[in-house]
Design a protein around this ligand. Structure first.
Ligand SMILES: C=C(O[C@@H]1C=C(C(=O)O)C=C[C@H]1O)C(=O)O
Length: 365
């Protein structure tokens, strides 16, 4: 690129300065427009009105087209203002967060802790649906469980990262405590206990001791189990205290997990990358070649660069027997030269490597 005024015609130079000044004004005007749009959005929210007002938008187009004296082409005018109005509507819409539902799952509680009360929450029937909703732009973010301190990785979540282009935007820890919930409120009447397989596993000893004859039945989520307990005579659920409130169940016993300090780590997934904060984590997945020492060779650049690896997990690729995806978390951000250079170096040493995201490190709190 040439420096201004060196080999460019001065007449071009003059006009480029004027163009820059106009771009500055356009930028300021667009932001001023967006500030007004946000005011309109707040008023609409107060009145419970929807964001899109197609008749207002078509009146805007009619007015602008009738005022346009060119040389701006009409099609281009429509395209430009379509984009501006789409951005405006997006700003007015409260952020939508999809999570593994139904309501009152631990994922829902983690989502509410992370995003607070002013976003719209959208429960999804499966982790795959959470990914799909964010990929399609239906939601800004998704929240999925990724590992539990007792049960280990949530394999389904790890597997979905292979197919998805979404990035990890944040992590969130939640201390998990299970209660036994039922309509009846006593142990005697309970014949069936419903819950998510991980929750049943986490309370195995307690259930064996206090409900040795009960049939354990697996559900997709602890909240679904609470729904079942509310519907079925003689049924109980292992679920959160929040689920008891939501499904009007009595807490028969609380904190029934076999091991205290049961914590689940959740990931916030989204379409946009997150900038460096200085206290970050970077996640990646890779596949090594099927030769002795391959994993060691791929990991070596990390120790050479002094990067602190905080997690290593493997999953079968399912394309070929005994070949694995490795999931690695290191401290640092992809915007740190040490991290980006190390990833570039590792890419050359394995068959496939994907950066899954760099995001602020959360405390287990
Ligand atoms: C800002 C508004 O909300 C939306 C955005 C519009 C815009 O960007 O001009 C117009 C109509 C609505 O679809 C509004 O209703 O005025």
């Amino acid at each position: 690129m040439s420096a201004p005024g060196i080999d460019v015609d001065p007449r071009i130079d003059d006009r480029r300065k004027a163009i820059d000044a106009i771009d500055d004004q356009l930028l300021e005007l667009i932001n001023e427009r967006l500030r007004l749009v946000m005011d309109v959005g707040r008023i609409k929210a107060e009145q419970g009105r929807q964001v899109l007002d197609s008749s207002r938008e078509s009146r805007i187009f009619d007015r602008l087209l009738s005022r346009n004296r060119g040389p701006l082409d009409e099609k281009v005018l429509i395209h430009l203002f379509t984009q501006i109005m789409a951005a405006s509507r997006q700003l007015q819409r409260p952020q939508r967060v999809s999570f593994l539902g139904p309501e009152a799952t631990f994922t829902h509680i983690a989502a509410m802790n992370h995003f607070g009360p002013s976003v719209e929450y959208a429960p999804q029937p499966s982790i795959r649906d959470v990914f799909r909703d964010v990929e399609k732009g239906e939601s800004h973010y998704g929240l999925v469980p990724v590992e539990n301190s007792i049960e280990g990785a949530v394999n389904h979540t790890l597997d979905l990262f292979f197919e998805s282009e979404l990035k990890i935007c944040a992590e969130r820890y939640l201390q998990i405590s299970h209660d036994l919930l039922s309509r009846a409120g006593g142990l005697k009447a309970i014949r069936t206990v419903y819950s998510h397989p991980q929750a049943l596993a986490q309370c195995r000893m307690w259930l064996q001791k206090y409900l040795p004859d009960a049939v354990l039945k697996e559900c997709n989520s602890t909240a679904r189990a609470a729904q079942k307990a509310a519907e079925i005579e003689g049924a109980a659920a292992v679920a959160s205290r929040e689920a008891a409130q939501m499904y009007q169940l009595a807490v028969v016993a609380s904190r029934i997990e076999d091991v205290a300090r049961n914590t689940t780590r959740f990931l916030v997934i989204g379409r946009d990358a997150v900038h460096r904060t200085g206290r970050d984590k970077t996640s990646m997945m890779f596949v090594t070649s099927h030769v002795p020492g391959a994993l060691y060779k791929v990991l070596k650049p990390m120790s050479d660069a002094g990067l602190n690896m905080v997690k290593l997990e493997s999953r079968p690729t399912r394309h070929e027997n005994w070949s694995y995806f490795f999931f690695v978390d290191v401290e640092g951000h992809i915007e740190d030269a040490a991290v980006s250079e190390t990833l570039e170096g590792m890419k050359k040493l394995c068959l496939y490597l994907k950066h899954l995201g760099s995001y602020p490190k959360a405390s287990e709190g």
